[in-house]
Design a protein around this ligand. Structure first.
Ligand code: NAP
Length: 280
């Protein structure tokens, strides 16, 4: 039996509409600023997407573009100004930064209560401790997709492929927080296939097209493909071979799976930031 395709676009539309309705009723609208260093085409496209999301949700939006050769001081100045600006509730610093800049210092400079992408050590620490606060948008979006389709991680073997700070590690913590039994795999995992075959919930975020083949998927598993790769023809694809859909109970498409939900969760977190900062 073919898997149920988890419709990220539909869930994202629902989340954004809820945000839009709440924002519409607010006197002081939430605001988000994106900080972009350089002219990377992928980052520019990403930035345009954020602008569109904010427009759709009625959220005030501003972009700060710095040249590729910007100094650390210039970057910290921009972050400092945004930290102090009353109209801005969320700051999104597009990563990676050019190599000459100190990413750790820049991330630490963002006020934790405006760190809507959850990149600062304070917010990541809150995640580790299970406290209140922002969550990294992609793994939080995966949890929303699971919830939407009635998949409860409790008592399930959850395997996460990838251990980055933005996806793999926070994903594992969120699944653990829902009482899943979690395994994290990475490039040094000796037998990835064996680990994946034990997964009731498999989340792949390696960024390697075709890494997860059909035979690595347990019958009836939930397969979440976070990756966004380009195949040999330049077409967007994930890590998971489509043959996996034959065995899975649920699967996310790429595109149209986790990507749109990530963006919608960011809008939700900007709204939450504004409410927490007293906007009504
Ligand atoms: P990353 O920092 O490059 O991390 C990739 C992880 O995958 C690393 O931990 C790496 O292991 C592991 N890995 C690589 N090759 C592997 C292999 N052959 N077997 C097992 N593990 C392997 O990437 P990221 O930022 O986490 O992003 C991962 C993917 O998700 C990318 O395709 C990215 O475009 C996508 N993404 C999607 C969204 C969304 O909204 N859907 C958001 C963010 C990222 P090591 O640690 O051992 O090197």
């Amino acid at each position: 039996m073919a898997a149920v395709v988890m419709d990220g676009k539909a869930l994202a539309a629902k989340i954004k509409e809820e945000v839009r309705q709440k924002v519409e009723r607010m006197e002081r609208k939430p605001g988000m600023a994106v900080v972009l260093v350089g002219e990377d085409p992928a980052a520019l496209a990403y930035e345009a997407g954020k602008r569109k999301d904010c427009q759709e949700c009625g959220v005030y939006y501003d972009t700060f573009r710095l040249p590729e050769a910007a100094t650390q001081e210039e970057l910290l100045d921009v972050i400092g100004v945004l930290n102090d600006r009353e109209d801005i509730d969320g700051i999104l610093l597009l990563l990676p930064l050019p190599r000459h800049l100190d990413e750790g210092e820049a991330v630490r400079a963002i006020r934790p209560d405006k760190d809507v992408d959850c990149v600062s050590p304070v917010n990541l620490g809150q995640l580790l401790l299970g406290g209140e606060g922002f969550r990294p948008c992609t793994p939080a979006g995966v949890m929303r997709l699971l919830e939407e389709y009635g998949v409860d991680p409790e008592g399930k073997n959850c395997v996460v492929v990838g251990r980055s700070h933005v996806v793999g590690k926070p994903q594992a913590l969120l699944l653990l927080g829902k009482n899943g039994t979690v395994t994290i795999c990475h490039s040094r995992t000796p037998d990835l296939a064996a680990e994946c075959r034990r997964a009731d919930i498999l989340v792949s975020a390696a960024g390697r097209p075709g890494l997860i083949t059909g035979d690595m998927v347990k019958e009836g598993a939930v397969v979440i493909d976070v990756a966004m790769n380009r195949d040999a023809q330049g077409k967007l694809c994930g890590d998971v071979d489509y043959a996996a859909a034959e065995r899975a109970a649920y699967i996310t498409p790429v595109p149209g799976g986790t990507g749109p939900v990530t963006r919608a969760v960011l809008m939700e977190q900007v709204l939450a930031a504004a409410l927490r900062r007293g906007k009504q």
